[in-house]
Design a protein around this ligand. Structure first.
Ligand code: GSH
Length: 234
């Protein structure tokens, strides 16, 4: 039986199945990337809810796994060389799980790096910029009198959507016919921008027909539907 007791996070979130991959998360656009990936690959895992309502992400136990106080984070009891691997940053986790399972990342070297390129486009562009739109349009920042920050992030988000939309012309997925971790990283954020952040009108989403076409295909996948609700909110 695998012993995960050396990881202080297991004191707050005990592992009922220590032989399974442990997921610490919440169903936010970054969190669901990993839930969807786990559902797509079929790897056995145990989800643990990290509640922002009780600031769980700031607890010493959570910080022992991710000092950056952000979900998602994992412990794979069966990591490289058979030893447990703790990991945070959703992009790193997606690459790790793709390599571990040999799924959702092309084996061909060129296509593999292009998949990582689009994954980084999401991590460095779409995620941070859409997140700021959320803050200035929907949350505390909407009260700010100065609307220039909101406009800046809307403009940048539209620019990124346009780049993605042009790339998706004539393609089923970001990597063409192949569904990959680049899609799993990107489309939860598109969904969130239109849905939870309610910014579809502000970014003129109707101009980006390829993006919404692929979003619909993404949301129709059974593993995506399941992953969007994991971990279940309390
Ligand atoms: N670059 C990180 C970002 C993760 C992130 O921003 N997570 C948010 C939820 S979507 C979070 O944990 N926020 C909690 C906090 O800031 O206290 C990743 O992709 O894993």
């Amino acid at each position: 039986m695998t012993d995960l007791s050396v990881f202080p996070i297991t004191r707050k979130w005990p592992a009922s199945h220590p032989d399974r991959l442990q997921l610490y998360s919440l169903p936010t656009p970054n969190g669901v990337k990993v839930s969807i990936m786990l559902e797509e690959t079929g790897l056995p895992y145990e989800p643990h809810l990290v509640s922002f309502d009780t600031n769980d992400q700031m607890s010493p136990e959570f910080l022992s796994l991710n000092p950056n106080n952000k979900i998602p984070a994992i412990i794979d009891p069966n990591g490289p060389d058979g030893r447990p691997l703790p990991l945070f940053e959703s992009g790193a986790i997606l690459i790790y799980l793709a390599d571990k399972t040999g799924q959702l990342i092309p084996q061909d070297a060129v296509c593999r790096y292009q998949t990582i390129q689009w994954l980084m486009f999401q991590m460095g562009g779409i995620g941070p910029m859409f997140g700021q739109v959320g803050f200035f349009h929907k949350f505390a920042g909407r009260e700010y009198e100065d609307k220039r920050p909101l406009q800046r992030y809307l403009d940048e988000s539209k620019r990124l959507l346009n780049v993605l939309d042009r790339h998706l012309e004539g393609r089923a997925w970001i990597m063409g016919d192949t569904y990959t971790i680049a899609d799993i990283a990107t489309f939860p954020w598109i969904r969130n921008l239109i849905g939870f952040y309610e910014a579809g009108e502000q970014v003129e989403i109707e101009l980006f027909g390829n993006v919404t076409r692929v979003l619909d295909a993404f949301l129709a996948r059974p593993a995506v539907e399941r992953g969007l609700g994991i971990p279940k909110r309390g």
